[in-house]
Design a protein around this ligand. Structure first.
Ligand code: URA
Ligand code: SF4
Length: 220
């Protein structure tokens, strides 16, 4: 067989997202595409896109809302005050930032930190879905309402926080947004308590205990 475009098979860079061959995608490839993406109007005001960071083998994936000012400057998620608070929360359960994958529902900063619009979240969703597919985390922790409704459109965060559930084969664990918790004492206590449930949940979901567990999460 003669290949018309042999170079296109060797170099993922030259492929369009729609032509991705299964097994050839990578987090680095997603990063590259995000960094030059113009698929929604948020690209116009960004300094740097913020694709996300963390190990491909992460068991925990954290999904925030959108990059803020510091994130936009550095091209890294959760590097401001909320990020500092988040690192403290992770440390309280023995996790370091480098142990988890951290990203957002949209990869470019909305001006004045306004909420991301549904159309922007929809345009950016393909990158999030590829990251989830590549990392295949044991648990997805959604941070804040916007991130939660991307997976659980009918839920309210006041009801759903701190309880794990399985959706389409993925375990979701909604929490309040660290930025909100940082400034509101009552939420701060709640988020500090919620994250403490994560180690037991990970334990319950560990491969050795998965068999026969079905979709039932007995502890939550
Ligand atoms: N808040 C978010 O939701 N994401 C970030 O990356 C930083 C702050
Ligand atoms: Fe592209 Fe997402 Fe940035 Fe919009 S927010 S320009 S869809 S990377």
């Amino acid at each position: 067989m003669t290949l018309l475009y042999p170079h296109a098979i060797m170099q993922p860079d030259v492929m369009s997202p729609g032509s991705l061959v299964k097994g050839m995608d990578s987090l680095a490839q997603v990063d590259r595409e995000v960094s030059v993406c113009t698929d929604c109007s948020l690209f116009q005001n960004r300094s740097r896109a913020v694709p996300g960071e963390g190990p491909e083998k992460a068991e925990v994936m954290l999904i925030g809302e959108a990059p803020g000012l510091n994130e936009d400057k550095q091209g890294r998620p959760f590097v401001g005050a909320a990020g500092h608070f988040l690192e403290g929360l992770l440390a309280s359960i023995g996790l370091r930032r480098e142990d988890v994958y951290i990203t957002n529902t949209v990869k470019c900063r909305p001006l004045n930190n306004r909420d991301p619009l549904p159309g922007e979240m929809a345009a950016c969703r393909k990158y999030l879905d590829r990251q989830i597919e590549l990392i295949s985390p044991r648990v997805i922790v959604t941070l804040g309402r916007h991130s939660m409704v991307a997976f659980l459109p009918k839920e309210t965060i006041t009801k759903a926080h701190g309880r794990a559930r399985s959706v389409n084969g993925v375990t979701l664990f909604p929490m309040f947004h660290p930025a909100a918790a940082l400034h509101q004492q009552s939420l701060r206590k709640v988020i500090e308590e919620d994250i403490k449930k994560l180690p037991a949940l990970l334990q319950e979901l560990s491969p050795s205990r998965k068999e026969g567990a079905g979709e039932q999460l007995s502890m939550f």
